[in-house]
Structure formats: structure tokens, C-alpha cells
Write a protein that binds this ligand. Structure first.
Ligand code: AMP
Length: 198
């Protein structure tokens, strides 16, 4: 299967800045890489935390940043008013489905439970064959090492199949991860899904 053009990538990340400067710096680096590659950013539309730093970096490098924010979070997450586009939606579910429609792939930077929830949903959809877009985790300063250890445990305990685990691309370097997205070929849809759909 040949790789598909990556025009936009949805990035999930914290609405907080985190404890280390590395988290904001990695968001800035990823933002610059996206702009250099002519890849638009889709994200949660906030101006705060890692989210805000990411969008600012994309815009400063001349790239395109599209935000999707629920009306109720407009004030709490301090909606970014300088974006290329800001979509205001009515619910968290609409936010996630709109971001998924607009993007050709998904990356998680460091973040909290919102970031985890968003990543695990799109990864689950990939496991079920509901989309064939790449999903990646950018591990900054070892933030995701405990999660990666837990994923190993899930495989060992046979709750996660190794092929499904490998759907999630792991990298520490934003440039390398984006290049892997550009050359990504989706693995075959699991046979049991094929059978269920026929
Ligand atoms: P956090 O990683 O917890 O800082 O959250 C990152 C972003 O995910 C924030 O914009 C949250 O509002 C958002 N978020 C949290 N839970 C959900 C959800 N269930 N659906 C959509 N976005 C969410």
C-alpha cells in the first residue's frame, strides 16, 4: 500500500506547560518542522500551555494553524485568536471528530489526561481499521517512558497485540517523526475486521 499525502497533522498536547522547559521547546520545534514541510497544524485551539506554544511556533514560521474548541472551553482554555482558522463546536466529542476529519495523521506531545484520551481514541480507531492515518508519540525528556513500559506490559499480558502496538510510531525527534508520517504505509486491516464487515 502506498503512502498518502500528509497535508495536515493533528497534534494533541497539554493545556499546561509542564514542569520542564523541554516540553514547550519540543512543541516549538515540532511547530517549525510542520511549517517547513508545508504541513498544516490541527489542534485544540487554545493559547495556553504546550498547545499555545505549538500554534505560535507554526504561525511564526509562516505555517497554517487550525484550532477546534468547544464553546464552553473558549474562556477556560483562552482560545487563540490569531489562528488561520478557529472552529467553535458544541461538545468535546465534536471537537475530536472535527479534528480527526481535518487531519491526515495524529501526534501526541507531552500532556495530561485530555491528551491521553485523544491519542488513545485515534489509536483505537486505527486498531479497528476505522482510519488508516498514522498515529505517533513524541517522547520528550523521557516523559512517556512509563507509558511505553506499560504498553510493553499490555503486550506481555496479551491485552494488546504487537501489530496493533506498532501502529503507534514512537520517536524523540520531531523532524524524524514527521518524515516517518510522510512515508507511512498503513498496515493491512485486521482480518477479523474484514470478516465482520462482510
Ligand atoms: P490536557 O492534556 O489534560 O491538558 O488536555 C489537553 C487538551 O485536551 C485540552 O484542550 C482539553 O480540553 C482537551 N480534552 C480533554 N478531554 C477531552 C475530551 N474528552 N475530548 C476532547 N478534548 C478533550
Amino acid at each position: 500500500m502506498s503512502s498518502q499525502a500528509v497535508r495536515s497533522i493533528c497534534v494533541f498536547c497539554g493545556s499546561s506547560p509542564g514542569a520542564l522547559p523541554d516540553y514547550i521547546e519540543s512543541a516549538q520545534a515540532l511547530g517549525g518542522v510542520l511549517a517547513q514541510h508545508g504541513i498544516g497544524l490541527v489542534y485544540g485551539g487554545a493559547s495556553v500551555g504546550v498547545m499555545g506554544a505549538l500554534a505560535d511556533a507554526v504561525l511564526a514560521a509562516g505555517g497554517k494553524a487550525v484550532g477546534v474548541i468547544p464553546r464552553a472551553l473558549w474562556e477556560r482554555e483562552v482560545a487563540h485568536t490569531g489562528l488561520t482558522e478557529l472552529h467553535v463546536v458544541e461538545s468535546m466529542h465534536q471537537r475530536k471528530s472535527r479534528m480527526a476529519e481535518l487531519a491526515d495523521g495524529f501526534i501526541a506531545l507531552p500532556g495530561g489526561i485530555g491528551t491521553m484520551e485523544e491519542l488513545f481514541e485515534v489509536w483505537t480507531w486505527a486498531q479497528l481499521g476505522m482510519h488508516r492515518k498514522p498515529c505517533g508519540l513524541l517522547d520528550v525528556a523521557g516523559y512517556y517512558e512509563p507509558l511505553i513500559t506499560f504498553l510493553d506490559h499490555m503486550v506481555q499480558q496479551q491485552f494488546l497485540r504487537e501489530p496493533h502496538r506498532s501502529f503507534l510510531l514512537l520517536d524523540q525527534d520531531p523532524q524524524a517523526l514527521v518524515e516517518r508520517f510522510e512515508h507511512y504505509s498503513a498496515p493491512p486491516v485486521p482480518q477479523w475486521i474484514d470478516r465482520a464487515q462482510t
